[in-house]
Design a protein around this ligand. Structure first.
Ligand SMILES: [Zn+2]
Length: 85
């Protein structure tokens, strides 16, 4: 782990502002989702990138009702649906 030397104070509801420099370094943009996890006694933030619900691919192309699907799985499902009817 690399310390940035940046210290921030949590506000009264537990929020903290992540410096722009760190966001830019990690490729995180405003309105991206952040995954929060715990590693021993450390809080770890990761950019959340939704994966396909079927294969786990992060090359997601569409979403429906909060679930995401990649192009390959969408094509396979479409093919299966055509054979059913
Ligand atoms: Zn998939």
């Amino acid at each position: 782990m690399t310390s940035t030397g940046i210290v921030r104070k949590l506000d009264r509801v537990g929020r903290v502002v992540i410096p722009h420099e760190i966001l830019g370094y990690l490729g995180i943009k405003v309105h991206d989702f952040i995954d929060i996890s715990i590693d021993n006694s450390n809080v770890v933030l990761h950019k959340f990138e939704p994966g396909c619900v079927f294969c786990g691919s992060h090359r997601v192309t569409s979403g429906h009702k909060g679930k995401f699907i990649c192009r390959d799985c969408r094509i396979q499902i479409h093919s299966i649906a055509q054979n059913v009817y």
